[in-house]
Write a protein that binds this ligand. Structure first.
Ligand code: ADP
Length: 187
């Protein structure tokens, strides 16, 4: 199964993606995680990405697209994946279409986690205190939310028009949200 998980920063995508991908036995492909791993190990890709990530800006497509193409072509992702963090713009939607077309595959389902934005900002501020992610300051959080609303939210409509979208209530206990996501995928 090839799944895309969407939702604003702080919606709990990473948490749900980790659990759901394990249940389904498909790799969790998170562009944010790949960037953070590269930052942590100091690769050239990480050094480039960090310039944008710290301010909450998108890493340029020239860097991001090649990275996603490379990851989705790896053997473990050929029969299925749970993609998280890409696409974030209309042009990345087109890029994903051509990456998948070249691999002879396509998305099966797009899950949007819907959340209350005030609750979500609270979650991010708590995560900042607990984990100290360098892009979790209040100003940067607000910028990431704005970018999501402007650039990424329009993708929901594109995938709805393609008949791929399922919306799942992302509020409440982690276990409850997981159960909702899994039943949406079975439907
Ligand atoms: P968030 O909680 O904000 O959704 P992510 O872990 O998905 O965080 O991404 C963290 C950062 O990584 C983003 O703010 C951005 O700088 C970069 N990033 C991740 N995915 C993409 C993408 N598809 N295009 C451009 N930049 C990206």
């Amino acid at each position: 199964m090839r799944i895309l998980l969407m939702g604003p920063p702080g919606a709990g995508k990473g948490t749900q993606a980790t659990i759901v991908s394990e249940r389904l036995g498909v790799p969790h492909v998170s562009t944010g995680d790949i960037f953070r791993a590269n930052v942590a190990s100091g690769t050239p890709l990480g050094l480039e990405a960090k310039k944008y990530m710290d301010g909450g800006d998108f890493v340029p497509d020239s860097v991001t697209n090649a990275m996603v193409q490379d990851r989705l072509a790896q053997p473990d992702a050929v029969t299925g994946f749970l993609l998280d963090g890409f696409p974030r713009t209309v042009s990345q939607v087109e890029e994903l279409d051509s990456i998948l077309e070249a691999l002879g595959s396509k998305l099966d389902r797009v899950v949007e986690l819907t959340v209350d934005i005030d609750e979500v900002v609270g979650r991010l501020v708590r995560r900042a205190q607990e984990q100290g992610r360098s892009d979790d300051t209040e100003e940067v959080i607000r910028h990431r939310q704005d970018l999501y609303a402007e650039q990424t939210a329009p993708l929901v409509r594109i995938y709805a028009e393609r008949g791929l979208l399922v919306q799942v209530d992302g509020m409440g206990d982690v276990d409850d949200v997981t159960a909702r996501v899994l039943s949406a995928l079975e439907a």
